[in-house]
Design a protein around this ligand. Sequence first.
Ligand code: PLP
Length: 615
Amino acid sequence: KKSYGIHVWGEGNFIVEDGVVKVNYGNKPSLIDLTKGMREKGYKGPLLFRFPHLAAQNVRTLFKHFERAKKEFNYKGKFKAVFPLKVNQFPGFVIPLMEATKDLEYGLEAGSKAELILAMSYTNLGKPITVNGFKDREMISMGFLAAKMGHNITLTIEGINELELIIKEAKRLGSPTPKIGLRIRLHTGGIGIWAKSGGYSSKFGLTSTELLEAMDLLKEHKLTDRLSMIHFHIGSQMNHISPLKKAIREAGNIYAELRKMGADNLHAINIGGGLAVEYSQQEGQSSRNYTLEEFTNDVVFLLKEIANAKDVQEPTIFTESGRYVAANHAVLVAPVLELFSQEYSEEILRLKEKNPPLVQELYDLYRSISTKNAREYLHDALDHMESLLTLFDLGYIDLTDRANTETLVHLIIKKALDLLRNKPSKEIKAILDRVQERYLVNFSLFQSLPDYWGLGQNFPVMPLDRLDQAPTRSASLWDITCDSDGEIAFNLDNPLYLHDVDVENEEYFLGFFKVGAYQEILGMRHNLFTHPTEATVAFDEDGNYTISEITEAQNILDVLDDIDYDTKEIERRIRKLLEESNTIAEDEKKEILGELYLYLSENGYLRTINFSEGG
Ligand code: PLP
């Protein structure tokens, strides 16, 4: 039995029960049932399930913890938060999130013009909008328009030139002027693989001199009352808490200094995002060294301490946690199409009348292997394989002998694993890890797990069923792109073991968890594989689930249209080639065209393999 570390990463949101993984909410549907439901509706290929209740729950947990910490330390400042759109801009995520958090001081953060339009459209009026990132005059005027629409918007400036633009726009457009935030350049650096956002060499933020300059400019143009927030972000997926504590001390003191210089409406410190998510599937390999309780306690305690020491009001605390809010809301389900070693069966052996002695010996091992001798025979088989492959390289055996060698060794491994199922040992594991099974999975790693490809970020992965049976194969996962990078190799530090299934006769699905942050928008259309079909699983008050908001993976023509092909031209070219062909009979042409049109209207993920219903 194996739970794939669900107690480490699952946070109680997914559980293993009756051999399947279930959503631990409402009537607890299993992911395998949800998947089968979608496939019965005709949606083949990879599926992305969204669980909006998890995103809403994450926001509430964040608020609850800050409220608890505030109470504990008798903190008088408020707590507010925004969701950074860069983490997930998709409607299936953003719209339900805003709907579910109306009662909280919760809004959206935008980092580009398109994101700002989303924030203006979907932030509940009066809830905070913050705008980060580099801005031109047009983006700043959009901020003024949002303020005119009644939005509670703060433009966080990344450099003095942006402040100068705000001053110009304030003269042109008059009030209401958006609130102004200053992004500060900390001397504290970030840590972890995403840690380029903090520190002196950071791309973002104002130096101390620039802060003084900004104060002068604000005073000169009578806009000091608009300065309401200072902001920093030390990097995503903070695995340690100490850099954050340093950054808070630094920011807290800057806040106090600016207030003393006359920034009377400066009342908020925005500590950015970075709250880490547990991606680990291994006990003792945690992705972060702090809990949410510790995180919130540290922030509140430190800010209180600084405010009291410097005798300024306790600031409103803002966060922009994105990964923490979005990651667990989405699960990718991908069908296994093939196990490579299944090509090896007894029927394909091409034994000769007289085989080379080592091949004959392999055959004898295969025939006589038993529980008692399994381990020894396995060793012998692997040794013989090495020798036989060398003999082939030296020209002493032929291709048929080599094929028989490969087949026999695979058959022996399979038989041995089966015989030793109840006697796992370190040594067997070591052998297994050498002879991994390769699972071909119907998805694109580039499209659906780009951070695995780019940064080696692990995402929890497990089969959706058979969880009451021991998995026997060390697994490496191959996606269907024609790129050798499209592989999740077997890794001894984080080993994945899967079941030995006969996919020609039974289905086997893998779930990749916590893919709701960054992955969707960073996903690439390498090989022209588009986003998977997505569906929202929502629960009503009685805990019954419904599947809605199904967005099918793009069909081939739409994908080509997206990269600016004239798809009518493509259709014309295909039709012309067919019409002008003199090798195809006239009545056949129509049939072929019909079949081609069918393919053009389907998505490009695989559907059928080995003539059984795959995909
Ligand atoms: N705020 C800013 C300014 C960011 O740059 C980022 C991400 O890089 C975030 C918030 C979100 O960070 P996270 O998703 O780690 O919470």
